[in-house]
Design a binder for this molecule. Structure first.
Ligand code: NIG
Ligand code: FE
Length: 382
């Protein structure tokens, strides 16, 4: 099946040879982009989608989300907005609710959030485990995640669960051994929350090294709540991305700039924990690859909205709208080491969004407004 998308007012391609082009058409053949050019020379197709002068963008690639959980933590958010700090300690509340939930409850909640994200233009979303924290529960979380999405991440090292609180090194051994073995068949990536109160640099190194030996790619929650060794460890181990990157010194920025580790920024977390935002401008100016993602989770960032993150990145983090859209599309794809996503170019996956607006600028210019008119996922109109 082929589809001609015509009357595209602005096409945001992320293709270095094309950039942002105006007044064009494109053809999708099955699940791939097959042709881009002026409408007058477009080949015939089986069906037609008239964009009516609107902007067309690659679907958003949300490379960091925690969607396998039960319950919510609205009361914790309310307390924070009344002055309580965010500590990460609430993760254990969600662990208890998740362990008590059935497979079907976890599956339904994750599918609900993936659907919510899709309606806001997200055509790829990564899902982490991390609210099970036992061998069976982490394997269960990842099995359910892998039913729903392609990009799954083992985050057994989210926090030390209560039953191991007086012997955290035994928990690290469990994560590196039996838990990794049970999780790996359902995961593409391994991640660690490297932060004071969670896992230190040496523990994170042990877990990531074990994950790499088991064939998983590396990602790391790094430098979210304070400065620490995470970013430099991510670079040293060749991680695909260092996520959060809120508290960085010059050496961290230099290390990122001379690596191919992507700095994944998660402004929903700073919004929802009322914390200072990461300095995206400083990173881009230093030559670091930057991605934007939602960090969707019930504790620190309960949003599935990439347009909201784009607006925050523009208003609070120093990015131009086109830089923010690039970070939310090709940036996320690079953070997942995917060259087939996040671009509008021949052969790329036909994941596209049509805005209810003539330009990508409107995503930041009209914050909070539902601007996603149509979504094409794998070449299929949703
Ligand atoms: O990325 N920082 C660690 N993990 C999540 C928060 C999880 C939670 O609070 O439930 C994050 O912000
Ligand atoms: Fe996270």
């Amino acid at each position: 099946m082929s589809l001609l998308v015509t009357n595209i007012g602005e096409l945001f391609t992320n293709d270095p040879g094309l950039g942002i082009v105006h007044d064009v058409a494109l053809v999708v053949d099955d699940d791939r982009i097959a042709w881009i050019g002026p409408a007058s020379t477009a080949p015939d197709a089986d069906s037609l989608l008239d964009a009516d002068g609107a902007a067309v963008l690659p679907g958003f690639v949300d490379s960091h989300a925690h969607l396998i959980f039960a319950g919510d933590r609205a009361a914790e958010f309310g307390a924070r907005m009344a002055g309580q700090p965010y500590t990460g300690g609430g993760i254990r509340t969600t662990v208890a609710a998740t362990r008590a939930a059935s497979d079907e409850e976890l599956r339904r909640n994750a599918r609900r959030l993936v659907g919510e994200a899709l309606r806001q233009g997200t055509t790829t979303i990564e899902i982490k485990s991390g609210y099970g924290l036992s061998v069976a529960e982490e394997a269960r979380s990842l099995r359910i995640a892998a039913e729903i999405v392609e990009e799954t991440t083992f985050l057994g090292a989210h926090v030390v669960p209560g039953e191991y609180s007086d012997r955290p090194d035994d928990y690290v051994d469990l994560v590196c051994g039996e838990m990794l073995e049970a999780a790996a068949p359902h995961a593409r990536w391994v991640d660690v929350f490297c932060e004071r109160g969670a896992f230190d640099g040496e523990q994170a190194r042990a877990i990531l090294t074990a994950g790499a030996k088991r064939g998983l790619g590396l990602r790391l929650h790094a430098n979210q709540l304070g400065h620490g060794p995470g970013v430099r460890l991510a670079v040293e181990l060749g991680a695909a991305s260092a996520d959060h990157c809120t508290h960085l010194d010059d050496a961290d920025v230099d290390a990122l700039a001379s690596s191919d580790t992507v700095a994944t920024l998660l402004p929903g977390a700073e919004f929802s924990t009322r914390s200072p935002y990461p300095d995206a401008r400083r990173l881009l100016d230093a030559g670091v690859s930057v991605a934007l993602a939602t960090d969707c989770n019930p504790g620190s960032s309960y949003t599935s909205s990439m347009p909201f993150c784009i607006a925050l990145a523009v208003r609070e983090m120093g990015l131009t709208p086109s830089e923010a859209v690039a970070a939310a599309t090709v940036g996320g794809a690079t953070a997942l080491r995917r060259t087939d996503l996040g671009r509008v170019s021949i052969g790329a996956r036909a994941d596209l969004i049509v805005l209810d607006a003539p330009s990508h600028l409107h995503l930041a210019y009209r914050p909070g407004v539902p601007l996603i008119r149509s979504v094409l996922h794998n070449g299929v109109l949703q």
